[in-house]
Ligand binder design. Structure first.
Ligand code: HEM
Length: 418
C-alpha cells in the first residue's frame, strides 16, 4: 500500500470513500504514525479516529464504558443540524437496536436473534439458493454484459430481506431508493436538492418507510405467519406489544442494514475477483473454498465504514486522554487492513485463514445478520461459478460517495455463460 499525506480530516469527506487507494493510503499511514488522532475538520463534530484492530476490539467489548445511545454515526454538520431541528419528531417515531445499550439492548435483540442463527436460517436456505439462481439467470438474460453492481448485486440481497419482511417484489425499487436515501444520502445521486448533505431527503425517506410498514405490522398482528415480520410485529415485553417506534425501528434496521451492506460486499467481491484472476480461477477450481472466500470478500469490501461509541468516563486509549462524552469513530476498513493482525493485508486471498476481520463489528452489537449475509454471498458464488465460463471488467468501477455505508455502485462487466 502506498501511503499518502492526506490529513486525518479527509476521513470526514465522502469523496475519500470513492477512492480505495486514497482511503487505505491514509489509514495505513495513521496506523503507523498516529493510530488514534483527534479529528477536528470543522465539517463534523470533533471525534477520535480509531484505526487499530486491537483498540477497536477493546472499545467494542467494553460496552459499559463506551456506549451506543447518544450517537451511532458522524455525519456532516449540515446534516446533523437538520436532524436536530427535527429531533423530537425523529426520536418519537423511530428507535432501534444500534441506539440501545445494556439490558434494554439485550431484551430487544433477543426478540429476533434466534431467527438469524445458522440453524434457523437453514430453513430458508433453499429459498435463498433459488433467489441466487434467479439472479444468475437474470445476468445470463442480459446478453453478455451488464452493470453487475447496479443491475444484479443491488437487487439480490434486497429480494432476500424484503421476502423476509413481507414486502412484495413490485415495491422493491421503492425500498431500494428509500434505503439509499437514508444510508448514503451524502451521495449526490441520492441527496436531493436541499443544501443539507441529504438530510431532508433522508428524513423524508424514513417517514415514507414508516408509513409503508404500518399496514404490514397491522396485518401480521391479525394474520400471524411463521416469519420474521410476525416475530417482530407480535413481540411483547411485559405482556404488551412493543411501542410503535420500536416495532417500526426494528423493521427499518432490518430493511436498511439488511441489503445495501451485502450488495456492496457482493459487488466489491466481484471486483476483487476480477482484479485478481488467479483467485477467481482458484475458487472456480475448488468451490470448497467458498466459505473462506466469502469472509475475505467481506474483509476486503468492509461496506460499513464506521460506527461510533461515546465514552461515559475519562480514560486512556493508545496513550491519548479520552474525556467523558468524547466520541470515538470506529474505522472498520482500517482495522481490516491492520498489518499486526493480517499477514499481507493488502493481498486479496480467498483462502485466508485465520481471518479475524471486524466488518461485522464485535461485542454485544455484533451484526445480527452476519450469517444471513454469508449465506447469501455463498449461494450466489456457488451458482455463478458453476455457470460462468468467462468474465472481465470493461469499464471503470464507481464507488458511492458516503462516509457511513458505501462501496462499489457501478461495475461494468462482459461475460460468457457455459
Ligand atoms: C449491525 C455490518 C449485513 C442486520 C452491524 C454492525 C456492522 C454490520 C459493522 C455494527 C456492529 C457493531 O456495532 O459492533 C454488516 C455487514 C453486512 C451486514 C458488513 C454484510 C456484508 C446485515 C444483514 C442484516 C443485518 C443481512 C439483516 C438482518 C444488522 C442489525 C444490526 C447490525 C440488525 C444491529 C445489531 C445490534 O445493534 O445489536 N452490521 N452487516 N446486517 N446489522 Fe449488519
Amino acid at each position: 500500500m502506498i501511503e499518502n499525506d492526506l490529513p486525518a480530516e479527509a476521513i470526514t469527506d465522502a469523496r475519500t470513500f470513492t477512492d480505495d487507494a486514497a482511503l487505505h493510503g491514509l489509514l495505513a499511514r495513521l496506523r503507523r504514525t498516529d493510530p488514534l488522532p483527534r479529528v477536528e475538520s470543522g465539517t463534523t463534530i470533533p471525534f477520535w479516529l480509531v484505526t487499530r484492530h486491537a483498540d477497536l476490539t477493546a472499545i467494542e467489548l467494553d460496552a459499559s464504558r463506551f456506549i451506543n445511545a447518544p450517537r451511532q454515526a458522524v455525519l456532516p454538520l449540515a446534516y446533523e443540524a437538520h436532524t436536530r431541528r427535527e429531533g423530537q419528531g425523529y426520536q418519537s417515531f423511530m428507535r432501534n437496536l444500534v441506539a440501545m445499550d445494556g439490558s434494554e439492548h439485550r431484551v430487544f435483540r433477543a426478540i429476533s436473534q434466534s431467527r438469524f442463527l445458522p440453524k434457523a436460517l437453514n430453513t430458508i436456505r433453499l429459498d435463498i439458493e433459488r433467489l441466487a439462481a434467479e439472479f444468475v439467470d437474470r445476468m445470463a438474460g442480459k446478453g453478455g454484459s451488464c452493470d453487475f453492481a447496479g443491475e444484479i448485486a443491488m437487487w439480490y440481497p434486497l429480494r432476500v430481506i424484503m421476502t423476509i419482511l413481507g414486502v412484495p417484489p413490485q415495491d422493491e425499487a421503492l425500498m431500494l431508493r428509500l434505503t439509499q436515501q437514508q444510508l448514503s444520502s451524502q451521495d449526490p445521486e441520492f441527496a436531493g436538492a436541499a443544501d443539507d448533505a441529504g438530510a431532508t431527503t433522508g428524513m423524508a425517506a424514513m417517514k415514507r418507510m414508516f408509513d409503508y410498514f404500518q399496514p404490514i405490522i397491522a396485518d401480521r398482528r391479525i394474520n400471524p405467519r411463521d416469519d420474521i415480520a410476525t416475530v417482530i410485529a407480535t413481540a411483547t415485553i411485559d405482556d404488551a406489544y412493543l411501542e410503535e417506534r420500536d416495532v417500526f425501528g426494528y423493521f427499518v434496521i432490518l430493511a436498511t442494514a439488511g441489503h445495501d451492506t451485502t450488495s456492496y460486499s457482493l459487488a466489491g467481491g466481484m471486483l476483487a475477483l476480477l482484479q485478481n484472476p488467479d483467485q477467481l480461477e482458484k475458487l472456480r477450481a475448488d468451490p470448497a473454498l467458498i466459505p473462506s472466500a466469502v469472509d475475505e470478500i467481506i474483509r476486503w469490501s468492509t461496506p460499513v465504514r464506521h460506527f461510533c461509541r461515546t465514552a461515559v468516563e475519562d480514560c486512556q486509549i493508545a496513550g491519548k486522554a479520552i474525556k467523558k462524552d468524547d466520541v470515538l469513530l470506529l474505522s472498520y476498513p482500517s482495522a481490516n487492513r491492520d498489518e499486526t493482525v493480517f499477514e499481507d493485508p493488502f493481498a486479496f486471498r480467498i483462502d485466508r485463514k485465520p481471518n479475524r476481520h471486524l466488518a461485522f463489528g464485535t461485542g454485544p452489537h455484533l451484526c445480527l445478520g452476519q450469517h444471513l449475509a454469508k449465506m447469501e454471498l455463498g449461494s450466489f458464488l456457488r451458482e455463478f461459478l458453476a455457470r460462468i465460463d468467462h468474465i472481465e471488467l470493461v469499464g471503470t468501477p464507481r464507488f458511492t460517495e458516503a462516509t457511513f455505508v458505501s462501496g462499489v455502485k457501478e461495475l461494468p462487466v462482459r461475460y460468457r455463460f457455459k
